[in-house]
Design a protein around this ligand. Structure first.
Ligand code: ATP
Length: 226
């Protein structure tokens, strides 16, 4: 029962997105697309107008003012995302007020490592570094090592890569991928290019793609196999 309640909460949560710049507006649109209710807030009237038809509610307000946050009923929200980056003072003040007012999940975007340190010291639940994380991800794609690269935590990643020619026509069980390479093939594409879950009897074909998970070192070595 508790599990079902928690799931409902995630599926239909109310999220406040503060700062509707490029990052905040993209995030707010995606939350709407996935069925959440979104209150978008920005100090810029023009941006608030632009987003007003796309989000559940939009408000022009300065979130560094405690009274404004109280009036907006922030404590009623499941999550708040502080997507203010350039104005570090506004980001820190807003995050601190949201935490003080008891928002259960506060996410804040950091524009630099020191900005991130301060947000963490304030007790912010989730600090994100979109530029740094995206830069790292794209570097792996540009270098040609992988087709996509996602860090799960500091030593665990998931990559999208092509099936090497040396694996052609063999099953995952025959290749003993996990015991030989220390990584796990999670999904593979079939002839029509769609991903399906991988099983021990799944045959790998050259030219197809696979999603592989594992620790950074063994996964880097695995991606070098031709
Ligand atoms: P992005 O890269 O996502 O475009 P950014 O990192 O450059 O954003 P900013 O431009 O500082 O970040 O802020 C993003 C948005 O936050 C802007 O639209 C800005 O008007 C809004 N904003 C800044 N300060 C406040 C505040 N105190 N209250 C509400 N909104 C704010």
């Amino acid at each position: 029962m508790a599990k079902e309640k928690a799931r409902k909460r995630i599926l239909h949560s109310n999220v406040m997105v503060i700062g509707l710049g490029r990052f905040g507006s993209a995030l707010a649109r995606e939350l709407m697309r996935t069925g959440h209710e979104v209150l978008g807030i920005d100090t810029d009237e023009r941006i608030v107008q632009q987003m007003s038809l796309e989000l559940t509610h939009t408000v022009k307000a300065d979130t560094t003012e405690e009274g404004t946050l109280r009036e907006l009923g922030v404590a009623e929200f499941d999550s708040a995302v502080v997507a203010i980056g350039a104005d570090i003072e506004a980001s820190i003040l807003t995050t601190s007020l949201l935490l003080q007012l008891g928002v259960p999940n506060v996410w804040a975007k950091a524009n630099s490592a020191s900005h991130g340190v301060i947000l963490k010291q304030l007790g912010c639940h989730h600090v994100i570094f979109p530029e740094a994380e995206m830069g790292k991800r794209v570097a792996h794609m540009v270098s040609g090592e992988t087709l996509d690269y996602v860090s799960i935590d500091s030593d665990f990643v998931m990559v999208k890569t092509e099936v090497p020619s040396s694996f052609d026509g063999q099953t995952l069980a025959e290749l003993k991928i996990r015991s030989t390479y220390g990584v796990t093939v999670v999904a593979v594409t079939t002839g029509d290019g769609k991903y399906v879950p991988a099983f021990p009897e799944t045959v790998l074909n050259q030219g197809n793609q696979m999603v592989v998970a594992g620790q950074v070192e063994p996964l880097n070595e695995f991606c070098k196999i031709a």
